[in-house]
Design a protein around this ligand. Sequence first.
Ligand code: SAM
Length: 237
Amino acid sequence: MLNKINKKNTGEIEKMFDSISKEYDFLNRIITFGTDAKNKKDIARIVNTKKPSVILDIATGTGDIPINLSKIKNCKIIGIDISKKMIETARKKVESRNLFDKITLEIGNAEKLKFKSNNFDIVTISFGVRNFKHLDKCLKEVCRVLKNSGHLIIYETSLPKNLIIRFFYLIFSSLFIPLVGLLFSKNPSAYLYLQMSSKVFPSGKKFLEVLSKAGFCDFKIKEKFFGSLSIYIGKKR
Ligand SMILES: C[S@@+](CC[C@H](N)C(=O)[O-])C[C@H]1O[C@@H](n2cnc3c(N)ncnc32)[C@H](O)[C@@H]1O
């Protein structure tokens, strides 16, 4: 069961996120016990240390990462996502905060980025990579659009290394996330899928191997929430 999941294709993923765009922020806070907001601030803090002037946020969803990054001085952020409805929600949030001078939001697919090579100082991807149908292809595209020595920062679910914590985490998340979906979502099957995909997605060192093959090096991992969430930082080789 653990290793069996039919990965949705990009069109199906787009429809799935379209269907949960309105509830996404609220349910994400519940599922991550509110830690998500703090971790996204931590990502902005990490990005700030690199003094970027142009950032691309892929799978930007409802725009939380660009909004957090907008506090960085002298910096422009582009957020892209395949889901039109997630982008619409993001646009409303950016507009209500008057941030359109710093943030541009566009529909775009990580598999074929429409930006020139060596363009961005930083690429961020938060809770996005495990949804990519063709992960290797997307990561190679990220590498292409990053400037030489530019950084990729990924925030993603991961499996706790400690086997006892992992055991309880797997039981808990297998019950809790689908239950939240069932109680509050218009599309409960989306939460079942998101929970299953987090179980089978490579995490920790296995994910670093994937990043290394795509052209990244000098890795750091910051584990959060008992190792069930991780921030991966890598540099373009
Ligand atoms: C779980 S949401 C994450 C949203 C936001 N980054 C966050 O941290 O809350 C995943 C997002 O990835 C987007 N996505 C999935 N595959 C994509 C692709 N190939 N290209 C661009 N966006 C994609 C989905 O549409 C969805 O909005």
